[in-house]
Design a protein around this ligand. Structure first.
Ligand code: GLV
Ligand code: MN
Ligand code: MN
Length: 415
């Protein structure tokens, strides 16, 4: 007899807690950066749980991890659900993990109910979504959707040293149960559940966000090079000071970009000076710029603005400047066929929902280029994310997983 699949709330909450213990930080968050030891432990735990349930486990050449529950017709492209398991260095326990573990809960719920499906359902944990240890972020989903090539990243160094090729090989080898397949198999659709990472849902007391689009992101790495010199003896007119150039650019961008456009985002998240001595004018200063906007043209204009400011500051401070674009993610528009299914599922479950644009980038941004895709957001406390204090209530986690299960059911029925 076939019974209706139901989310097992206690199992989902226990699973989120189990994974939060991997790479746990004293402040209650996680440090489980891409392709590191903790990431491998998390991947192993998920794979072991999958094998124990009789699902198949495989990975692709960039270590995207897939858990497959077979359907009646193995020739049909699978429905893909999931997110990522890697974290920021001082990350929260829900960013990525909640979407991956909710997707796994959906697979278990289908198995508990003995639900037979025509096509297979696969859960994915994409590699290196965060981009904090290896830049760019979303490497796994970029490679999966053809937007980037593994070959271009193999020699990239981690912030803590090792090249990607070595850490990737070690990660793949740490899961010998999972056969390695070529990158980028066909899928019927992709649905990613994620925490909102912003304050809107909580403020409006709405439990589910139906994500219709993702804003665009560019990451620039800017290096000003000057001349190391004595702090005490070098008069102003002799200084080729890259720190002053960097400060000039940062101050000017911060006072111009966001105050002029409420939709624009600008973040300087990392800065380093060489040689880094208190009484030496630096020889070089490197800093990162993260700019975002929902409109591609405006985002391009923001990049031109950054470049102009860098030229002006380099002339003013007699420095050279080099600008490398590390990430260029165009805004994505999600499939209305999927967003409508999400909204209908929320209505059927008597859960309020609202459409929204994601300010964060996600693997779904890239997967949307190769298959109908959309995202489900759940609220997080005070909108805080990329922070160990990130928190999602049990009720919101359970609602999100129930919506995901309902959406999967509808998409499978629709063929
Ligand atoms: C994803 O982690 C982002 O920075 O938007
Ligand atoms: Mn994430
Ligand atoms: Mn993140």
């Amino acid at each position: 007899m076939n019974i209706k699949p139901e989310v097992n709330a206690a199992r989902l909450l226990a699973s989120v807690a189990d994974f939060a213990a991997i790479g746990a930080t004293p402040a209650g968050g996680v440090n489980r950066q891409a392709l590191g030891v903790e990431d491998r432990i998390a991947r192993r735990l998920l794979a072991e749980r999958a094998l124990a349930r009789g699902f198949t486990v495989f990975q692709d050449e960039i270590a995207n991890l897939f858990i497959r529950r077979e359907g009646k017709d193995a020739s049909l492209p699978p429905l893909l659900i999931g997110s990522h398991l890697d974290s920021q260095p001082t990350g929260g326990r829900f960013d990525g993990a909640l979407g991956t573990l909710s997707a796994f809960e959906v697979l278990e719920a289908l198995a508990d109910a003995g639900t037979e499906t025509d096509r297979a359902v696969e859960v994915v944990a994409f590699t290196n979504e965060e981009g904090s240890r290896y830049s760019p972020g979303c490497m796994g989903s970029m490679a999966f959707s053809g937007a980037g090539k593994l070959a271009d990243w193999q020699t990239t160094h981690a912030t803590d040293g090792p090249v990607l090729a070595d850490e990737l090989a070690a990660t793949l080898a740490a899961l010998p149960e999972a056969a390695v397949r070529p990158i980028g198999h066909a899928i019927s659709a992709f649905v990613e559940l994620h925490i909102e990472q912003g304050p809107i849902l909580e403020r409006e007391n709405v439990p589910i966000g139906v994500v219709t689009a993702v804003q665009g992101t560019k990451w620039l790495e800017i290096v000003f090079s000057g001349e190391a010199a004595h702090a005490g003896t070098t008069p102003l007119e002799f200084r080729k000071d890259p720190m002053s150039a960097a400060a000039m650019v940062i101050a000017s961008l911060q006072s111009a970009i966001m105050p002029a456009d409420p939709q624009a985002r600008l973040t300087i998240g990392r800065i380093a000076a060489e040689p880094g001595s208190i009484n030496v004018i630096p020889s070089s200063v490197t800093f990162t710029v993260d700019i975002r906007h929902p409109d591609a043209e405006t985002l391009a204009a923001m990049e031109r603005h950054v470049r102009q400011e860098c030229e002006t500051a380099s002339r003013h401070w007699h420095c050279d400047v080099a600008i490398n674009r590390r990430v260029d993610m165009a805004p994505a528009q999600f499939a209305s066929s999927i967003t409508e299914t999400i909204a209908d599922t929320c209505a059927a479950l008597d859960l309020k929902s609202r459409p929204m644009v994601s300010g964060a980038f996600h693997d779904a941004l890239f997967v949307s280029r190769v298959a109908p895709t959309a995202m489900i957001f759940v609220p997080c406390r005070n909108g805080i994310s990329h922070n160990e204090a990130e928190f999602v209530s049990d009720a919101h986690m359970i609602s999100g997983a129930r919506v995901l299960l309902g959406v999967v059911g509808s998409l499978l029925l629709a063929g």
